[in-house]
Write a protein that binds this ligand. Structure first.
Ligand SMILES: Nc1ncnc2c1ncn2[C@@H]1O[C@H](COP(=O)(O)OP(=O)(O)OP(=O)(O)O)[C@@H](O)[C@H]1O
Ligand SMILES: O=C(O)[C@H](O)CO
Length: 526
């Protein structure tokens, strides 16, 4: 037992508390949805802020650092989840709040109202101004206006002030402040071309930082000499503070040669760039002048990640255990093309479900997929070891959890999202295998509740997917080629396989789940 405990990521497979799935009457599909709901529950914006802000009288404690509240609190925020974060922060600290401004996606307040999420809205008479913008996740004039208000607020602060900065995914588009003479349109064109050419969020945000007055530490620079406390809900693999929303409170040195090499890599030649961008990238001086010691300035800033995919997976694991599974986390950083990712889950399912010792080739095939799916070999080895032990010792049902953000090569014109496409592909992978009659089941869902431009968060599938579609006259491959996974799942069995939690108001990338039924123990000689 000690060996098992030491083998896994925190929370991975805790056999002493697991219960046999055989006693649970709920279907695997229902339980998968419950586990997904628990993942989202743990990263609700109000919940994460409540956990992060510890208040005793007029003292605020964040990450063990203490701040004095004396009617000196100012608040700014930008991102898809900061409305709910701001509402909770105002509930906790409102009596010391002077004023605030937050930049949130267009139409968010109305959508949350429609979904009955009143606790994520600011109370009437709130001191925080909500500004909506960045339609379709692209920086626009409204978002630029919000960025200006945020910059003005930060720049007006003194050493007696405390600035609470709320940051979540989508924050880059909601805080555009191009370095003059670059115009918003020019900056938008550059980022749009990069994204369309397949640049990663790391590459994209390194360019955004170079062209912005607020990103890469610019906001913290404006707020100096005030104390800055940034609460960050991470939507980037590995939770890198300098990249989430392009790191406005994290001082980052911009290397123009690195930025140019990213632009070159994606075919944005110098000749194709606007003159303003060329001029800014040609400057030898930093974006702003730092008077005094930079490390002294950094000491004024506390950045704290208060919610992430790992936290969602931990909570999912706890719920899985209550529902009779042996839970385990493969990795919170799954990325790469959905084709490779689906292959990986298919092979892991085969590995887990084989009644005999799986062949060495299967082991090797799984390991080979590590680099292209962002999963470290040791995580794959640990997973296989414990899945193997579970089979040998008859430990009952297993819930293998993972998180991250795979990608889809868009070639068709259909409606879908990466989670639904991944679920379809895994269903097809499972269909080609010899598996137990009741499982495995696979779920993939976006924690923001919206997978691509669709109303669904994702879908739940199993080995019966292709047959079910065939029986209903649906051409599975046709839907796949057209990236039409949402239409597929909507037409299939009255949309029963869709995952429809509605807009969740949070965002910590995606959650993947493979539920593996109990594998009968092979008694030697059988
Ligand atoms: N028809 C489609 N089929 C599959 N994937 C699609 C389709 N249309 C868009 N996508 C993918 O959806 C993604 C955008 O979806 P979404 O709005 O959920 O973004 P996101 O990456 O989750 O954004 P954020 O992290 O800011 O919430 C892109 O990766 C895009 O490739
Ligand atoms: O806003 C952004 O830059 C992305 O959501 C990553 O944080």
């Amino acid at each position: 037992m000690a060996r098992v405990l030491s083998l896994f990521r925190p929370l991975f497979f805790l056999p002493h508390v697991m219960r046999r799935a055989t006693g649970c009457k709920m279907s695997l599909d229902t339980r998968a949805r419950e586990v997904f709901a628990a993942a989202i529950e743990a990263v609700q914006p109000d919940m994460v802020v409540r956990r992060a802000l510890e208040r005793t009288g007029d003292t605020l404690l964040v990450n063990g650092r203490s701040f004095t509240l004396k009617n000196n609190l100012h608040l700014v925020g930008f991102g898809k989840a900061v409305l709910g974060m701001a509402a909770e922060a105002e509930r906790i600290l409102g009596d010391h709040l002077v004023r605030g401004v937050i930049s949130v996606p267009n139409g968010l307040q109305e959508t949350l109202r429609r979904h009955g999420k009143e606790q994520m809205l600011l109370k009437e008479g709130s001191l925080i101004r909500v500004m909506e913008g960045a339609k379709h996740n692209l920086p626009d004039v409204e978002a630029q206006r919000a960025a200006e208000c945020i910059k003005d607020l930060a720049s007006s602060l003194t050493e007696n002030d405390l600035l609470l900065v709320l940051i979540s995914g989508g924050g880059s588009a909601l805080l555009p402040a191009p370095v003059p003479p670059i115009t918003l349109q020019e900056k938008q064109d550059v980022t749009r071309r990069l994204a369309a050419a397949g640049a990663t969020i790391q590459e994209l945000n390194s360019v955004r930082r170079a062209l912005s007055l607020l990103k890469g530490g610019g906001l913290a620079h404006c707020a100096h000499p005030a104390q800055v406390v940034a609460l960050v809900l991470s939507d980037v693999i590995g939770d890198p503070l300098d990249l989430i929303a392009s790191g406005p409170t994290v001082w980052t040195e911009v290397r123009h040669d690195e930025v140019r090499s990213v632009l070159d890599r994606y075919g944005l030649s110098t000749a194709s760039l606007p003159d303003s961008v060329k001029e800014v990238l040609g400057r030898s001086v930093p974006r702003w002048e730092v008077i005094g010691d930079q490390s002294d300035r950094a000491a004024h800033v506390l950045n704290a990640v208060i919610g992430s995919n790992s936290i969602a997976l931990e909570s999912a694991g706890r719920r899985a255990r209550e529902l009779g599974f042996r839970p385990g986390v493969l990795s919170p950083g799954v990325c790469g093309d959905v084709q490779s990712v689906s292959r990986l889950y298919g092979l892991l399912a085969r590995f887990a479900c084989s009644r005999e010792e799986p062949p060495a080739e299967l082991h090797a095939e799984i390991l080979k997929l590590g680099p292209e799916t962002g999963v470290e070999s040791w995580d794959l080895c640990r997973a296989m070891q414990v899945l193997g032990e579970g089979r040998a010792e008859g430990w009952g049902a297993t819930c293998l959890l993972a998180g991250g953000e795979p990608t889809v090569q868009l070639t068709g014109k259909g409606r879908g999202g990466r989670n639904q496409e991944l679920a379809m592909l895994v269903g097809l992978e499972l269909g080609g295998m010899e598996l137990p009659p009741k499982g495995p089941v696979f779920l993939s869902g976006g924690t923001d509740g919206q997978d691509g431009p669709t109303e669904a968060a994702g879908a739940v599938t199993d080995a019966g997917l292709r047959e079910e579609a065939q029986a209903q006259g649906l051409d599975t491959e046709g839907y796949l080629v057209n990236n039409d996974s949402f239409s597929f799942f909507s037409s299939l069995s009255g949309g029963q396989r869709l995952l429809l939690p509605g807009l969740t108001g949070t965002n910590v990338m995606d959650v993947h789940m493979l539920l593996i039924p109990p594998i009968p123990v092979v008694v030697s000689g059988q």
